[in-house]
Write a protein that binds this ligand. Structure first.
Ligand code: IMP
Length: 439
């Protein structure tokens, strides 16, 4: 039995989808614990591409139970659409393999409008959100005025909740943002129908998870976004509105920390970020463009080009600490194949001062410049390599340097989009937790 948490160690888009997909084979339950449909997890197999937003990646494996936990915020219209799109691609989704926490909070149309309007009003200082209403939905939750997805099933409480929310939201929309408000009756009818469509999926999922733990089943807790987008530990305020770090798995699913066996950080072999905010190792010249093209670095949710940069060990040290990372899955190594030389940022410099740890103050961070170590590129293809021994020596040097700088075990290396284009490292922690059967 092993219950593991998989989180992104950078600004999201590390390739968690592929890693969770591969490891789902060894799991009984795959559960999402935070975020919403701002996430975009891309998985390729059998020459098909699947993009998951709110539904756990494990859904691509028949007979695995997938859970959307209480820590997730759900736009029911978007969720229904996601279910329908995946079903039309041949993915089987039913009440038998998808359970949704009754305590998950709803994203409503006013959240989406507020998200877009707030961004517009911020102008230059905007966060660059996905515009899905994530922030305003979490705000409502913390303000204790949000609606649970289970509220869709009960007309009177739903009417009351909507009505009191609309009093405030319509005031904001009409008076502050000078746009139109929403009608209670229309929303009520629409959301009751979503409730009818989704009611079979709703459960107290904490009970399912804890029962599975009791039965010795394997659970994968699937993180979305990444550590540097975490509301507490990221580059605030340029972050998402949930906790993306490993500890959130317990809160967002409703189980105790004593049942966690392992924490895996997914690390892209370079760094990317979508949206605004500090990014010390960003590459603004043609090398950045080369990486963007080779890595197809365009947002899975919004299609926006991702900003690209060198691997940042200061970020990874921070991620290792705040998540308690025990092992790393290194992704997209092959994207770097053509580069003559690579840089690894080992520290930041500001006014003659050296920072080994990520500074919490945004204004200090903005004045930091990276201290780089230069490493020879391997300039050979690593695409599709499945065995560590077959990697070019210079690629191994890069990987070894990352391991040494972080002092963390590396257990998987991804060398391409497809499931099989993966190296499992023998005797790594993951191998031992899950009995993966390394090469
Ligand atoms: P929000 O989560 O839509 O509020 O967006 C807040 C910030 O998080 C923005 O910079 C987004 O680009 C970023 N973000 C949200 N979800 C993801 C993701 O899945 N991958 C990468 N960035 C994300």
């Amino acid at each position: 039995m092993a219950n593991i948490i998989i989180v992104g160690a950078q600004w999201g888009d590390e390739g968690k989808g592929k890693i969770v997909d591969i490891l789902s084979r060894y799991a009984d339950i795959i559960a999402r614990f935070q975020g919403g449909h701002n996430a975009g997890h891309t998985v390729h197999f059998n020459n098909k591409q699947y993009i998951l937003h709110a539904i756990p990646t494990g859904i691509l494996h028949p007979h695995k139970m997938c859970i959307i936990g209480n820590g997730v915020v759900i736009d029911p219209a978007a969720l229904i659409q996601e279910i329908e799109e995946l079903t039309s691609q041949g993915v089987e989704i039913s009440e038998k393999n998808l359970r949704i926490s009754k305590r998950a909070h709803l994203i409503m149309p006013y959240h989406k409008t507020l998200d877009l309007m707030r961004e517009e009003k911020k102008g230059e200082g905007k966060i660059g959100t996905t515009g899905r209403g994530i922030g305003p939905a979490y705000e409502n939750k913390v303000a204790r005025t949000g609606l649970h997805i289970a509220d869709l099933l009960f007309e009177e409480p739903l009417r009351q909740g909507l009505s009191s929310n609309l009093q405030e939201k319509n005031f904001l929309l009409e008076k502050f943002f000078q746009t139109s408000g929403l009608s209670l009756d229309e929303l009520l009818d629409q959301y009751k129908s979503y409730g009818d469509r989704l009611k079979g999926y709703l459960s107290d999922t904490s009970i399912i998870i804890n029962q599975a733990i009791y039965e010795g089943k394997n659970i994968i807790c699937e993180g979305a976004q990444g550590t540097m987008l975490d509301i507490d530990h990221g580059t605030y305020p340029f972050v998402t509105s949930s906790n993306c770090v490993s500890a959130q798995a317990c809160i967002g699913l409703g189980f105790g920390p004593q049942f966690i066996d392992g924490i895996v950080g997914v690390v892209k072999a370079y760094t990317t970020r979508v949206g605004n905010g500090p990014f010390p190792t960003e590459i603004k010249d043609e090398i950045g463009e080369k990486i963007r093209k080779a890595g197809r670095e365009y947002g899975a949710t919004t299609g926006r080009p991702r900003r690209c940069g060198w691997l940042d060990v200061v970020v990874l040290r921070h991620a290792a600490r705040v998540n308690g990372l025990q092992t790393i899955a290194l992704t997209k190594l092959d994207v770097l194949d053509s580069l003559q030389s690579l840089k690894i940022c080992t520290a930041y410099r500001r006014k003659g001062q050296i920072f080994r740890e990520f500074p919490p103050e945004l204004h200090i961070l903005q004045e930091c410049t990276p201290v780089y170590e230069e490493i020879d590129g391997w300039q050979q293809t690593t695409h599709g390599i499945q065995c560590y021994e077959h990697l070019p020596q210079k690629a191994k040097n890069y990987i070894d340097r990352i391991r040494d700088l972080l002092n963390i075990d590396i257990s998987m290396i991804s060398t391409g989009y497809e499931r099989e284009k993966t190296i499992f490292i023998k005797n790594s922690l993951l191998d031992r937790w899950l009995g993966i059967g390394a090469d």
